[in-house]
Ligand binder design. Structure first.
Ligand SMILES: [Zn+2]
Length: 408
């Protein structure tokens, strides 16, 4: 199958040059004005590809469909999503550099020559010799997370439009804002996708199809002390700061995120503010399993109960491991694995130590595993991607829409 590599590369280079950093301190959606630049750009490009129903919602979601060309009336609608925003690290407009036919020597980024990509530091680069590697210039992110996902989906759309002999059911496209600040799906109705399954294009390694994420809660602990003049405080003063410190002190080391990996969860204090009268600690709690999450919640409650100071602990759920829903019906993952094989790759899955837009959609009733894009070293100036890996991802998507149609 011949995905148009020049078209895919040109799209990717266009998108990464548009600054779309999201802003956690803003309440609007999109959280930053600048995301609209890419949102309207994509709306125009989808129209140029000939899609008829392109729309942009008031919250900045770009939606469009590739109509079914299948004779089967019940071929199900499948959706593909990618996020337009980038993380708030190494800010600025990316100046992408294409390192054609990478020869294995160190890649030095010109705007900050201390930024060097070498095979020694990044062993995966050894597998990419001869490929076209794209990096930023040293001072900014590349933004392949997730403009690679956007470019790959656009490339699939172009392929389906140019190749009517490829038979597929209805395909829905959605580009969304604000994934990086955990609000990517807040303003999207499932009815706007109207699909039986969806896929985010927001995962790393070639062949990867992820269906497991953390389950996540957040906790806010408010501690009230008792004020007194320190000169005559004996037996009266209760210091909220000392109580806060004692809570942190009692969390066992094997629950620190800096001490664990693999399938182990953690309790992570994010922020502590206060005075001797009142202190607030914000935590995030993570575990792959719900009973693991329960245990960590209970532990925090027990620690808080032991406080002499008056306190209030509020725990709220954030997202849940998508495996709980997907294991009831593994079809979307199975079809993705078949598509990855047809693209000539070996499918593999990883339990993601984080959440995705797909965790929220899956929990709300739309199964949404996460497919690879080929991006690496994301959220850093050394972010890089191989054009050939993006082509493999787009090829996987073209196989995937056919597999859904074949099985309908
Ligand atoms: Zn991402």
């Amino acid at each position: 199958m011949g995905i148009d590599d020049k078209d895919l590369l040109d799209r990717f280079l266009r998108y990464v040059q548009i600054d779309t950093e999201s802003d956690v301190h803003s309440d609007s959606c999109p959280s930053s004005e600048k995301q609209w630049n890419l949102i309207y750009f994509l709306e125009r490009e989808l129209k140029e590809l000939g899609l008829k129903d392109v729309s942009v919602t008031e919250f900045g979601y770009v939606l469009a469909s590739v109509p079914s060309n299948s004779k089967k009336k019940d071929a199900p609608q499948i959706a593909f999503l990618a996020h337009v925003d980038t993380a708030d690290a190494c800010r600025g407009c990316a100046k992408p550099i294409v390192h054609r036919k990478y020869d294995g020597s160190p890649i030095v980024l010109p705007d900050d020559q201390s930024q060097e990509l070498t095979k020694e530091a990044i062993p995966l680069l050894s597998e990419k010799i001869g490929e076209d590697i794209i990096t930023a210039s040293g001072t900014t992110l590349l933004g392949a997370d997730d403009k690679a996902g956007v470019a790959i989906i656009m490339s699939m759309v172009k392929y389906l439009v140019d190749h009517p002999e490829i038979i597929h059911g209805p395909v829905r496209i959605c580009f969304n804002p604000d994934e990086e600040i955990g609000r990517g799906m807040n303003k999207l109705e499932l009815s706007e996708l109207n699909a039986v399954a969806a896929y985010t294009l927001d995962s790393e390694h070639t062949g990867e199809i992820d269906f497991e994420t953390f389950s996540a809660d957040q906790a806010v602990l408010e501690i009230e002390g008792v004020a007194a003049h320190p000169g005559s405080a004996k037996g009266v003063l209760v210091n909220a700061l000392r109580a806060a410190a004692s809570v942190l002190e009692k969390i066992p080391k094997d629950l620190f995120p800096e001490e664990v990996d693999g399938r182990n969860g953690f309790i992570h204090p994010l922020e502590i503010t206060g005075t001797s009268e009142k202190a607030i600690i914000r935590f995030i709690i993570r575990d792959f399993e719900l009973d693991g999450l329960d245990e960590k919640r209970e532990l925090l409650k027990t620690i808080v109960k032991s406080l002499k100071a008056k306190s209030k602990l509020t725990i709220t759920p954030q997202y849940r491991n998508m495996r709980y829903w997907l294991e009831k019906d593994f079809t979307p993952v199975d079809y993705a694995r078949q598509a990855i094989k047809r693209a000539g790759l070996k499918p593999y899955s990883e339990a993601v130590r984080g959440g995705t837009d797909g965790s929220r959609l899956t929990e709300r009733g739309l199964p949404t595993p996460n497919i690879f894009t080929g991006f690496h070293n994301i959220h850093s100036p050394k972010e890089w991607i191989s054009l050939q890996d993006m082509i493999l991802s787009a090829t996987t998507l073209v196989h995937l829409v056919q597999i859904w149609e074949e099985n309908s």
